[in-house]
Write a protein that binds this ligand. Structure first.
Ligand code: NAP
Length: 462
């Protein structure tokens, strides 16, 4: 262990990582896996479960991607890392209190809010944020079941706004035949609601052209593998503006080749029509008591990639509108978050307060860089942040402070119920046991009470 300018380091550097999703786990892993600075990492999450969007964001029919949790679990098992779930910073413990307990904090709590469209009718019943739908089908304990299930129960015509991977996830899940979902870990009530949903048409709307869509080719191609749905594309929607033609990269070329292959498709009775529309900007959601349609304006894309309205309008019928236009980070009480970007101001992962690095505060993942990239992007991102933290430790700017009580003891003393690794293992086992009764590998426990009851079983077993 190196000595700092201020003398030998007496005890491991205590680091709290706030958010046990991929970014937090990768940050904990980068901290635990180095030998320059002795560390003790508390990996805190407000949910009783780890894995963030790997558990509550990656679509349940993406079993291979969800299996990433097995790899992430190795970090939870590391002797320098302690999982502390069911603890909300700002509620169970203030940020100031947390900072007194540890020497450094890494914020990795992501971007769980939704961006708004800012158009009339957005708040009508039947108009949902993709974050609501995703939380529901993944069994997030805070999901609003009634809100989503009332909308899904009458969803014959669905319009999904946005052409990112989340939009494709939602469109795909809603278009799947019930038999395609039974082996997932979706809660049973989600499977039942999806099986009963009267979905006939799903339209995915891009406000710009196919060259500007942010979905990836693998996710796009997958739409063509659905057993009961046909993907439809109008060839006129695939015409490229000259600037996009000029700037076409391999990703766009691959997406276009897939999309062009679908222009010959025709819908057939009994199958869901899954239509991808481009150059269609939502102008207004229609309806009085609830949403009945979406008014769209045809657009062209200018040389700068901006959509310009053409003044040509049409209306798409819709019983359910899903606004999939991106996630948004929220402030943690006591932490500055830029209003416009929804991210924490930072410099190479060091949190900035009033433009200057704030000692002992770091950020990684979506709250640092915004809601972009795949899960693996967070690995590189977290490493950059941890590198800054370790450099600060090496230079003596960051060093073990006083002898504050152990975080978990403080939490227990004030009646909080932290979920530690053994408790999480008990939840994990309970989900596997529930899945076994339904002939599948796992069923997600979706209620906080059920998660905590399962967690307590570990405590009872000693
Ligand atoms: P995203 O890729 O940023 O897509 C947002 C979409 O919303 C874009 O098509 C955007 O169009 C559109 N949009 C924004 N404002 C709009 C408005 N006012 N009206 C109409 N359309 C609007 O975000 P995301 O789909 O939420 O995904 C977030 C991240 O998670 C991405 O990095 C994604 O790749 C990743 N993810 C990956 C997977 C996977 O790998 N399978 C699955 C899910 C998510 P403009 O471009 O015109 O703004």
């Amino acid at each position: 262990m190196p000595d700092s300018e201020l003398g030998p380091i007496a005890r491991p550097l205590r680091v709290a990582v706030v958010g046990a999703g991929p970014a937090g786990i990768y940050a904990a892993d980068a901290l635990a896996g180095q030998d320059d600075v002795a560390v003790a990492v508390d990996l805190i999450d407000r949910l009783p479960t780890p894995f963030g969007l790997v558990r509550h964001g990656i679509a349940p029919d993406h079993a291979k991607m969800r299996a990433l949790r097995e790899t992430l679990h190795h970090t939870l098992d590391h002797e320098r890392v302690r999982f502390v779930g069911n603890v909300e910073i700002g509620t169970d413990l203030s940020l100031a209190e947390l900072r007194r307990h540890v020497d450094a904090v890494v914020y990795t709590y992501g971007a769980s809010g939704d961006r708004r469209l800012g158009i009339e009718g957005e708040e009508l019943p039947g108009s949902l944020a993709a974050t609501d739908v995703v939380a529901w089908y993944c069994g997030h304990p805070d999901a609003d079941r009634a809100l989503v299930e009332q909308a899904v129960a009458r969803a014959r015509d669905v319009v999904v706004i946005g052409v990112g991977n989340v939009a494709l996830d939602v469109a795909r899940v809603l278009s799947r035949a019930p038999g395609e979902l039974v082996s997932t870990d979706m809660p049973q009530h989600v499977l039942d609601a999806l099986a009963a949903a009267p979905v006939e048409r799903v339209t995915v709307l891009g406000r710009r052209g196919p060259a500007q869509a942010t979905f990836t080719t693998h996710e796009l191609r997958e739409l063509d593998t659905l057993t009961d749905a046909t993907v439809l594309v109008d060839p006129a929607d695939l015409e490229l503006d000259p600037a996009a033609e000029e700037a076409m990269d391999r990703l766009v070329a691959r997406n276009l080749a897939v999309l062009r292959g679908w222009t010959e498709h025709a819908g057939s009775p009994g199958r869901v029509s899954l239509r991808l529309r481009f150059h269609a900007r939502p102008v207004r959601l229609l309806g009085t008591d609830r949403v009945t349609g979406v008014q769209v304006e045809r657009t062209t894309v200018d040389a700068a990639g901006r959509a310009t309205g053409t003044g040509e309008f049409d209306v798409l019928p819709a019983d359910l509108v899903v606004r999939s236009v991106g996630y948004r980070g929220h402030p943690l009480p006591g932490l500055p978050v830029d209003e416009r970007s929804g991210t924490v101001p930072h410099e190479a992962g060091r949190v900035l307060r009033e433009g200057r690095p704030s000692p002992g505060e770091y950020a990684a993942g979506w709250i640092k860089r915004g809601p972009t990239g795949v899960v693996g992007t967070n690995k590189h991102d977290a490493r950059e942040t941890v590198k800054a933290l370790l450099a600060d430790a090496a230079s003596g700017q960051l060093r073990p402070g006083g002898d504050a009580d152990d975080l978990v003891e403080t939490l227990l003393a004030r009646g909080a119920e932290p979920v530690l690794l053994a408790n999480w293992r008990a939840i994990d086992a309970a989900e596997a046991a529930l899945g076994a009764t339904q002939g599948r590998a796992r069923t997600t426990l979706h209620e906080r009470a059920a998660l905590l009851a399962a967690a307590r079983a570990a405590a009872a077993a000693g």
